[in-house]
Write a protein that binds this ligand. Sequence first.
Ligand SMILES: Cc1cc2nc3c(=O)[nH]c(=O)nc-3n(C[C@H](O)[C@H](O)[C@H](O)COP(=O)(O)OP(=O)(O)OC[C@H]3O[C@@H](n4cnc5c(N)ncnc54)[C@H](O)[C@@H]3O)c2cc1C
Length: 263
Amino acid sequence: MKKVVIENAVVIKRDRLNGDCRSLTIGNFPKSRLLKPGQFVHIRIPGPDVYFRRAFSVYDINPRAKSLQVIFKIVGRGTALLAELRKGDRLNVMGPLGKGFDFPFLRDKVILIAGGIGMPPIYFLAKKLIESKYDRRKILFFYGGKTKKELVNMAHIRKLGIKLYPTTDNGSYGFRGFVTKAVREFLNTETGQFRIYACGPQAMLRAVEEIARKYSIPGQISVEAPMPCGMGICQGCVLPLVSGGYTRVCRDGPVYQFGEVLL
Ligand SMILES: Cc1cc2nc3c(=O)[nH]c(=O)nc-3n(C[C@H](O)[C@H](O)[C@H](O)COP(=O)(O)OP(=O)(O)OC[C@H]3O[C@@H](n4cnc5c(N)ncnc54)[C@H](O)[C@@H]3O)c2cc1C
């Protein structure tokens, strides 16, 4: 797909979510209709002191309004500056970038696993599956955070009419323990043909792949890597492949099959 840089995208809405999470709705992005679950945009951070763009998975799109929405957690300088943006501020946004998720077979039961700020691409996938007439009763959304504060926009997920399994490491909300523990317990009692999609911290993705191996379930993960150029040139985002060699997350990913990248 042809790469596009929109220099005069504009913030049309900003929201403070739980904890350090923020939402930005970005308008004047005519290609928003082309954005697929798992793909990302590369945003130039306003101001002179952050040189490289930052990547953000797409959380939602509104093709009619030519807008897209991202959700981010303030972790460093780049996201702190993004959090200061106001409605009407201009943004330089590059996208659509990366490879998105493959859709499951209609007969599959779909297990979605989101850890912390890995939630945006998983939510977007759930929404697109439902728009594509997948049976919402077969979509199961496991969403884990350290505490309740880390779980955002659960009302949006519930609105999709799918089964939501919230988990928190400290038990402050939903199932107590890692999100992957909840998935294991679920799979110990359920049968069927499953497919798993996951995004979250690397340790979580490793545990997801272990589960997938144990239960012989196919699926995909979306991974993060520091990503200076986003265009496959700088090699800053390379990850080792299980089969040997390296992959550029920005060009070949961020979505990979289970067992493809060395986590
Ligand atoms: C394909 C892709 C999709 C992404 N999607 C999202 C998304 O939807 N939402 C989102 O919030 N972020 C997402 N990220 C991460 C995002 O691009 C930034 O790297 C991250 O938000 C940190 O940016 P920063 O400038 O604030 O921090 P930096 O200034 O780069 O880092 C400051 C400090 O924060 C630590 N740090 C950096 N990244 C993280 C992290 N992800 N978690 C915890 N600590 C970190 C660093 O170790 C450093 O010490 C994605 C990354 C990729 C590659």
